[in-house]
Design a protein around this ligand. Structure first.
Ligand SMILES: Nc1ncnc2c1ncn2[C@@H]1O[C@H](COP(=O)(O)OP(=O)(O)O)[C@@H](O)[C@H]1O
Ligand SMILES: [Mg+2]
Length: 357
């Protein structure tokens, strides 16, 4: 039997392409720790996100490629991930690699629901995730994450995020008296956000998800001003009018981009409440129409990240403080949220790779 060499393994792996980065995994530096012992070969493929949607495909392709090398009798491939983008978010939150804002033109479209499930999906994939509720007018994250009764700890210097479902959470909701409304003016919003970023011990995070208030307001502006955003996820419902509203939110971020002279990439559009699947027949009833999100994405030339069906489980689980994705991992909605998280993570990886911020 010929002795297998490291070079042969690397050469074989050059046929495996990362479909998002359009390069082979060897030149991307993903292949690590090659160990050869006679006919037994082991190595690690280190991806740029644990939520990589093509993880299994890459593993299969690598397996096939290396199995075909003469002399390879046994093969073990370990898949790991290291999110790239270190220290890009600036001095306010030095341990956070990527800030992903979730926005919508209007309230009630499921922005907070998407934020929670996106955060949990990324966490379940193995990423370190934080969730900031920047919806100062209607903070719902504490309740949706089952932390409504909690108070963040304060050690005299820093506030500590409340941990739920493996995710560090911060929200103005933790500090409000129940039933009391708060009147916020622009500068106050900026100040509150500055504190929620700089005075909170977020620690090392791959992704900080920020649930923005609806509309085109001060919070979005303050956030984008305070820290470089890796990108924005726009949530909309499928109706025709929703398209115009999505259009407006995207236009606002484009304007902000120009004002701040800093890229604010739109990661894409999520269509929420896109049809109700009749549990008896499996037939889909398009309650609010269908395909609006995809059409809006095409029209605005931004990626379409996926759609989430209407399901009473989603609102019940939100009210109960346990995001739908955790209730039944095999449900259509869990599948949808995982797919969306994969798309978001892949887009973030691509942007980090291109050096776009
Ligand atoms: N796909 C869905 N199916 C069923 N109910 C949903 C869905 N998405 C959101 N909801 C419910 O709709 C309401 C509004 O969602 P929420 O996430 O609070 O919206 P927003 O943050 O945009 O105001 C909540 O009661 C939520 O549980
Ligand atoms: Mg909300």
């Amino acid at each position: 039997m010929p002795q297998v060499t490291e070079q042969q393994i690397l050469d074989a792996l050059r046929v495996v392409q990362d479909p998002d980065l359009h390069r082979d995994i060897v030149s991307l530096g993903f292949v690590k720790d090659i160990k050869i012992c006679g006919g037994a070969v082991a190595f690690t493929i280190e991806l740029t996100t644990p939520a990589c949607p093509v993880k299994d495909l890459l593993r299969e392709q690598a397996y096939a490629a290396v199995s075909a090398v003469p002399g390879v009798e046994q093969l073990k491939i370990e898949m790991t991930a290291q999110v790239r983008g270190e220290q890009r978010t600036g001095p306010l939150i030095p341990g956070v690699k990527h800030v992903i804002a979730v926005a919508s033109g209007k309230g009630g479209v499921g922005k907070s629901t998407v934020s929670c499930n996106l955060a949990v999906a990324l966490k379940l994939a193995g990423a370190k995730v934080g969730l900031l509720d920047a919806d100062i007018y209607g903070p719902t994250i504490p309740i949706m994450m089952g932390a409504g009764e909690e108070q963040p700890l304060y050690d005299g210097q820093k506030m500590y995020p409340v941990m739920r479902h493996g995710i560090g959470i911060m929200s103005i909701g933790f500090f409000l008296e129940e039933g009391k409304a708060v009147v916020w003016r622009g500068p106050m919003i900026g100040k509150a956000l500055t504190q929620f970023l700089g005075d909170v011990a977020w620690g090392d995070l791959d992704y900080l998800i920020v649930d923005l208030p609806p509309g085109t307001g001060d919070a979005s502006m303050s956030l984008a001003q305070l820290i470089p955003l890796t990108g924005v996820v726009i949530v909309m419902t499928p109706q025709e009018v929703a398209q115009q509203i999505a259009n407006k939110s995207i236009a606002m971020f484009q304007m902000l981009e120009q004002t701040l002279n800093r890229p604010i990439p739109i990661l894409g559009i999520v269509e929420n409440m896109s049809g109700f699947i009749n549990p008896a027949t499996g037939e889909e009833i398009p309650v609010f129409g269908k395909g609006g999100g995809r059409r809006a994405a095409a029209q605005l030339n931004v990626p379409f990240l996926g759609s989430v069906p209407i399901d009473p489980v989603i609102s019940e689980s939100g009210d109960a403080g346990c995001p739908a994705i955790l209730i039944d991992p095999h449900s259509a909605q869990a599948e949808a949220f995982r797919a969306i998280a994969g798309q978001v993570a892949a887009r973030v990886s691509t942007l980090a790779h291109q050096g776009v911020k």
